[in-house]
Design a binder for this molecule. Structure first.
Ligand SMILES: NC(=O)c1ccc[n+]([C@@H]2O[C@H](COP(=O)([O-])OP(=O)(O)OC[C@H]3O[C@@H](n4cnc5c(N)ncnc54)[C@H](O)[C@@H]3O)[C@@H](O)[C@H]2O)c1
Length: 266
């Protein structure tokens, strides 16, 4: 069977871990060649090794998405290495971590430096990625797909306030940009996951307390199980593939039904 992104060239940011790593594995299983970008070069190398162990094609790139010049170099590297760019997955993101076991910091505990830092990665990083990719898509004569990792925190009240503000921005820019570039045949969508047990926010911690947190995260979802990074990668794959060729401006929840409504008490 042909893969869903056979022959396409994709850049995935934050691909050294969690959702980005799952997406690198899934996209290459479906025939894409992937530039695995991360601020942590060793983690990017780890993902590339996992892809190559399965026979997939990928290369690693060190990139801080909060630095526009770095992002421009990343997109140029994809073109130099694989000859073109078809897909950008803006996935890198950070949170403002509270003290262990206490969940996210409240807004009044969050410092101005933390607000600046989270916006730089979660919002500016996505804008820089989109700008650089759209310039290449235009040079190639149009077409191309962008998917962003937002969060259900961009759709409903969920988790830390500073984080929610950044993900609300991603949801908004996904819609607005989709309209701006639709005439060029470029599609822009996002995936909006609920909490996942990744390194992010220390949610990959082990031990009885971490297990309890994960269990309660899962049982809060109407479908009854926690979200896996591969659930999110699968939604992203669909959105960048030709199966979604007439879908743009969509922010797709991957949350086991959590954002669908409040369950009736029986
Ligand atoms: N885990 C969750 O509960 C959850 C829920 C909703 C949304 N998200 C979003 O999912 C995305 C992926 O997070 P994850 O859960 O896989 O976390 P993760 O920490 O496992 O992976 C994030 C990766 O991004 C990299 N990164 C961080 N800052 C970067 C930067 N400035 N430039 C480039 N790379 C950078 C990290 O090194 C890491 O490898 C993020 O956008 C996050 O906000 C996560």
């Amino acid at each position: 069977m042909k893969g869903l992104v056979e022959g396409k060239v994709a850049v995935i940011t934050g691909a050294g871990s969690g959702v980005g790593q799952a997406a690198a594995l899934l996209f290459t299983r479906h025939g894409a060649r992937v530039v695995v970008a991360d601020i942590d070069a060793a983690r990017a190398d780890e993902t590339v090794a996992l892809v190559q162990a399965e026979g997939g094609e990928a290369c690693a790139a060190h990139c801080n998405v909060a630095d526009e010049a770095d992002v421009e170099r990343l997109i140029a590297l994809a073109v130099a290495t694989y000859g073109r760019l078809d897909i950008l997955y803006n996935n890198a993101g950070i949170t403002v971590t509270g003290s262990p076991g206490k969940g996210p910091k409240s807004l009044v505990e969050t410092t101005a430096a933390e607000i600046t830092a989270i916006q730089a990665v979660n919002v500016d990083g996505v804008l820089y990625g989109c700008k650089a990719a759209i310039a290449v898509f235009a040079q190639q004569g149009g077409g191309g797909a962008i998917v962003n990792t937002a969060s259900i925190a961009g759709l409903i009240g969920y988790g830390g306030v500073a984080y929610g503000a950044t993900k609300g921005a991603v949801v908004g820019l996904t819609r607005t940009l989709a309209i701006e570039v639709a005439a060029q045949g470029i599609r822009v969508n996002s995936v909006c996951p609920a909490g996942m047990p990744t390194r992010y926010g220390g949610m990959d911690a082990t031990g009885p307390q971490a297990d309890r947190v994960r269990q309660s995260m899962g049982s809060a979802h109407p479908l009854g199980r926690a979200i896996d990074p591969m659930d999110c990668a699968s939604a992203a794959l669909f959105l960048v593939s030709d199966l979604a060729s007439n879908i743009t401006g969509v922010n797709l929840p991957v949350d086991g039904g959590l954002s669908a409504g409040v369950p009736l008490r029986r």
